[in-house]
Ligand binder design. Sequence first.
Ligand code: C2E
Ligand code: CA
Ligand code: CA
Length: 279
Amino acid sequence: AKDHKEIGFEFYNDHALTDLPEKTDFDTHFNLALENEEFYLVFQPQYFASSKKLRGFEVLTRWYSPILGNVNPAQFIPIAEKKGLMILFGQWILTEACEKYKKIQSLYPHNIIMSVNISSIELMDPTFFPMVKNILNNTGVSGKNIEFEISESIFKAPMAQLTDILKKLKELDIQIALDDFGNSISYLNKLQKLPIDTIKINKVFIDDIDNSEVSNHPVASMVSLGHSMNMSVLAKGVETNTQFDYLKKQHCDCIQGYLFGKPLKEITFHRLLEELILY
Ligand code: C2E
Ligand code: CA
Ligand code: CA
């Protein structure tokens, strides 16, 4: 439990990783959880703002542990990263996601995009690219249907290395989205030079739309900035109609958030797709 305290994570519910039996360390528990199939994926829809058509969905990982209950990814992902388990875990996530995508494609035969979160640690690992290529080959999912969400922490990596991996992913037609855009403008010069297709505006900016004079909110500048760099712009965590109306008015391309759909379990997501196909 000592390691977890050091990281200072937030508790998700009554049960948490600190409740692990004394002798089981996180690594053992995590590997067992992987073996016992305690991890599963949920799917959150993303829509085009103007047409309200389905753009795709983001894959989010869940952990239900019989001992700990539901453990929040904001808790277990950073620990997996710190413990050097993220490469293996990321491989499981992408494989599982691609397998699920095949079924989704059979229910909803449009080229919707599947967004998968990729840790900086994974992206910069030399084994990452060959692994991605293998998974796409083995599952038969085309790169053009995949988007990788990378985080701002990636800009700490050397530019040459970052450019190299992103270019290679683009050769597989994989799209790149920058997650939680807006925390810092110190890397804008780098952003502009990289083959990034989409920026996802951090939810904190979207939340703020409700409480301010909407005429010249920072979100408006963020949308223009994205467009000026030839990137599409997606707003994260859209929860109210006020936010949605404002985003549409500013020509924000895509939206994701509880207003349009929470992350759904596979079966519920399939039902959503079946409904969408009828309209
Ligand atoms: P994220 O990538 O920023 O994902 C968005 C988070 O916001 C998700 O939390 C989602 O459930 C939540 N969310 C979506 N719409 C709304 C909304 O309208 N309102 C509110 N309040 N929340 C909303 P979740 O699933 O708990 O994931 C937390 C974080 O854990 C993710 O943040 C991501 O950084 C990480 N994560 C989750 N799954 C994976 C994964 O498969 N791989 C990696 N590397 N990280 C993951
Ligand atoms: Ca994300
Ligand atoms: Ca995040």
